[in-house]
Ligand binder design. Structure first.
Ligand code: ZN
Length: 253
């Protein structure tokens, strides 16, 4: 499996991706908003884009579909419930489905609600696993729930799915927010030395050759994996004094 991360340099700081089969040159484009950059990259590599995968329905992820289909005839894949929000979906995806690219690439579909209720991530089970996580998981952060999402569902996705994936899994998110998100981590958890060191190292990085983290790293610097940290809990109590004393409220009879 060959992965090409494409920095759009737009105001939303989107990353697009091409995933290619090394034998056939077939490629899958993930959220190809900047269709021109994606097409140029595929041409340079000699790849043929045959499929488009939208992680979710937000326009900064689907806005390149029409032009991409026009240029390549690629088919569109998305969450099976996204059909009313994303035009021309040819294949609706559910948890456990497999997306094949060429002869050598197989990606498992994870159904990951929270940022929106029609969000999928793709997981490669290659020697070093890789997760294409759209706006569910960012470096040192998570996608907000303000536009069609739900925080309880996002919590369940993190605790029930992402937290259980192998530590060595490489993380390929839909946006470059690492610098702001590390500042958020340090606001929530000022004594997180890993986040402090990483911010020093990565502040001002060139997103066209961005640092790629792993879930092992995320578990150290991402507040959404660190909900049992005493500092995170204490800072939450400062901000929300009415929180119950136990995370699970005592049952009243
Ligand atoms: Zn989004």
């Amino acid at each position: 499996m060959i992965v090409k991360q494409i920095w759009t340099a737009n105001a939303y700081r989107n990353f697009n991706y091409l995933i290619a089969c090394s034998e056939t040159g077939d490629a899958l484009a993930i959220d190809p908003l900047d269709h021109e950059k994606c097409l140029r990259a595929a041409k340079e590599e000699g790849w043929t884009i045959t499929q488009i995968l939208n992680t979710h329905e937000h326009h900064d992820h689907t806005g390149g579909n029409d032009a991409m289909v026009k240029h390549t005839g690629a088919t569109i894949l998305a969450h099976r419930n996204a059909g009313s929000r994303i035009p021309d979906v040819a294949r609706g995806l559910g948890a456990g489905d497999v997306v094949k690219v060429g002869r050598t690439v197989e990606l498992e579909v994870l159904d990951t609600p929270g940022h929106t209720m029609c969000h999928v991530c793709l997981l490669s089970h290659a020697d070093q696993p890789a997760l294409f996580c759209g706006d569910t998981l960012f470096n040192a952060g998570a996608g907000n729930c303000h536009n069609g999402g739900h925080p309880v569902e996002l919590y369940k996705t993190f605790s029930g799915q992402l937290a259980r994936l192998p530590a060595s899994t490489r993380v390929y998110p839909g946006h470059d927010y690492i610098e702001n998100n590390l500042r958020f981590t340090l606001d929530r958890e000022p004594d997180n030395g890993n986040a402090g060191a990483m911010l020093e190292q990565l502040a001002g990085q060139d997103p066209s050759s961005a640092y790629v983290s792993t879930l092992e790293v995320e578990r150290k610097v991402n507040t959404f994996f660190r909900l049992t940290s005493p500092t995170v809990i204490a800072k939450l109590r400062e901000a929300f004094p009415d929180l119950p004393s136990s995370p699970i409220p005592a049952r009243c009879s």
